[in-house]
Design a protein around this ligand. Sequence first.
Ligand code: ARG
Ligand code: ZN
Length: 877
Amino acid sequence: QVIHLADYRPTDFVVERVDLTFELDPTETLVIQRTLMHRREGVADDVPLVLDGDELNLKAVAIDGNPIPESQYDVSDRALVIRDLPTGTTFEVTVETIINPEANTKLMGLYRTNGTYCTQCEAEGFRRITYFMDRPDVLGVYTITIIGDGAANPVMLSNGNFLGAGDYGDGRRFAAWYDPHPKPSYLFALVAGDLGVVEDTFTTMSEREVALKIYVEHGKEARAAYAMDALKRSMTWDEQAFGREYDLDIFMIVAVSDFNMGAMENKGLNVFNDKYILADPETATDQDYANIEAIVAHEYFHNWTGNRITCRDWFQLCLKEGLTVYRDHEFSADQRSRAVKRIAEVRHLKSEQFAEDSGPLAHPVRPTQFREINNFYTTTVYEKGSEVTRMIATLLGRPMFRKGMDLYFERHDGGAVTIEDFVRCFEDASGRDLGQFSRWYHQAGTPVVTVSARYDAGAKTLTMDVEQMIPPTPGQQVKEPMHIPLAMGFILDNGTEVQPTGVSGGEYADGVLHLTERTQSITFEGISSRPVLSLNRGFSAPINLHYDMPVEDMVQIARHDSDLFSRWQAINQLALRDLLKAVKEMTAGATQVAVDAELIAILRDSISDDSLEPAFRAQIMALPSEADIAREIGKDIDPEMIHAARNAVMAAVTAPAGTVLADILDAPRRVGSFSPDAASAGIRALRNAALTWMSYCEPSPDRAAKAFAEADNMTELAHALSVLAHRFSETESAKQAVAAFGDRFAENALVLDKWFSIQATVPGPATLASVEALMQSPRFAAGNPNRLRSLIGSFAMANPTGFHRKDGAGYAFLANQIIAIDKRNPQVAARILTSMRSWRSLESTRAGLARNALVTIGAASPLSTDVRDLVDRMLEA
Ligand code: ARG
Ligand code: ZN
């Protein structure tokens, strides 16, 4: 049952109002739906009403308040079809269903988490609550009444504004909510239970006061303070950056401990995985703080990009996700260091999205078909979708981009629209044709751009020959050339930049070269001496750039580019060259590796350069990972060889930096209270990077053990633990630290997740056994998505030498786990299974064993459509 974009057509019936009453019960919740609707103009009178359903127990159906006989409808597990409806008028359909929240282990629809009722409806969870036209282009105004045991549920929440609450006098109480903004069913939410709350207020730009509330489990209130701060900053930023004001009297966030994803933007009632809300210095790392800030912002920004303007159908998912990721990236860049933020984004994009784009799961940002929509909440839709939005901003320039966004909000507010609608706003605002550019939405695969350049001293011209090639991807063998905005600059020997006085063969404006042809030759005039080309500055386009740059040029950029991102990129590229060379040489039998002296010097100089912000220096020190190297090699991957080669290169680059590292580590620690701000976090990041480097040039675990003993915050504590566990796993210090950490945080599940994932990513074949042992630990919980992801997910996704054991035991283990997890929770199983997406690039022995594991999963029965779809696509020739 493949769903095609081309088959889209509007519903036969139009929803006006939805009234929902919930009589809560852990195992038998009654849901009464009353929906006012009318037949769409032009739809024949005998066309029946078809409502989606999933695992529902139907009790009654009525039309305009009158129960209808069973002969008037058909009900199955997937649908309710009602015939002989009133014609030519608006009518009300009543549907009563019984659902079992306690038994809902898929965590889609209404379920229970630590005794709290909670919902997740995106993408197709609402049909697990009641029969409904459960698609994003059906917008209704909702009124919600929640009835339940008063003692167990002092908190009863839903979307919109609070209408009132009261007691029935028999132990039950009720609360009612009304959301005036028409919304699709995937944005519905209900939460009920006994929760603590943190409250604040926000005054909007038009002076309206909004109540802000974050609900957490009792006792965790203090850990929500940072999230509240991030929320207020997000609200201010959206007013300033995009002119977007909040539109209800109240904005609520609820943190729950069982959640399939990061968070959900339900109108006025965001529900979060508590890992992205709760933080304090003792238990959260700087990365946790940054994630909280970014995700709180992301969900808040959805209020306009997603909720006020939503998607016509799920093929348009990037309409809200790509755009909202772009907005949260810009927010974080404004709140923190823009360059460091961009480096982190590009690292993530390459390691996740480029990997997806080059394997069997590659798909366009705007796909045209799917079997299971949950499998399309991907890094391509999110992160590449964000990059495509960023490119529109680059092509048009900031002011014109903002004008296009303003037009989008004005033209489509209240609508359910498409990518074409979105792009047209930028065309209309700017007068620029984005037809060719739109191929970024439709063509999968990471473009390869090959550049060669020659300088003509006599003519003072620089000519660039550029070729673009988009690799074939599943279902797309042939591609058309794309419109690629390549930000670039010309750097002269003395470090200054020169602006060409004329350009032929292509458009070049505001430092951006527009590539539009398969092959293109561009000549820049008025270049006074041979320049160094700084290409794809700021990663203006998500491409693989092939430019055989002389090492001296790379060094020049690494040392002098005015664009900090480019400096990082050049250093990373230099390091990658040496890493790839080391893999090659060691594969051929070498035991020693040579590292370029220039690279060593640049690294040492950058690390000790106090004029560079510490967070940037930490990024410089994080050399390409084993996964980065594997992706670059692309085929016949031997993870053990890559591991050995990277270790050898690390030993070679860190040894000469010994004193610099000691200076960083021995610098007096800042006294005073902890602050999660970016500058303080940067100092911790630099210290952590230095500790990692030290582990390659000092054979003893003592420094890491000392750091572990002295750490007064989770960022340094968890890092010291991972250095001990990953670099000195056989030592007593490491074993003691692992035990001590586990005991100290035995009651804090979110910290235990770090403990699980650090142990699951210890390199080497022995880790499989420890993962299996940890699964038996009472600290593990096989029903909790965070535990599963931190233990099994980390092992499969982030432990190249452990998971890719040569005997295939890692793959066999994963197959068993996927089959087991799938029975409870298909979405979590499918997500962890994506760790197999690059199996085809492994060397043949491992590839064969990986394939066997996929075949084993494929043969299991029953299997969810989620897992079935992934296995089939990964095995397809
Ligand atoms: N819309 C949510 C967000 O990005 C994520 C929902 C994920 N849903 C899913 N079925 N995987 O903020
Ligand atoms: Zn989102």
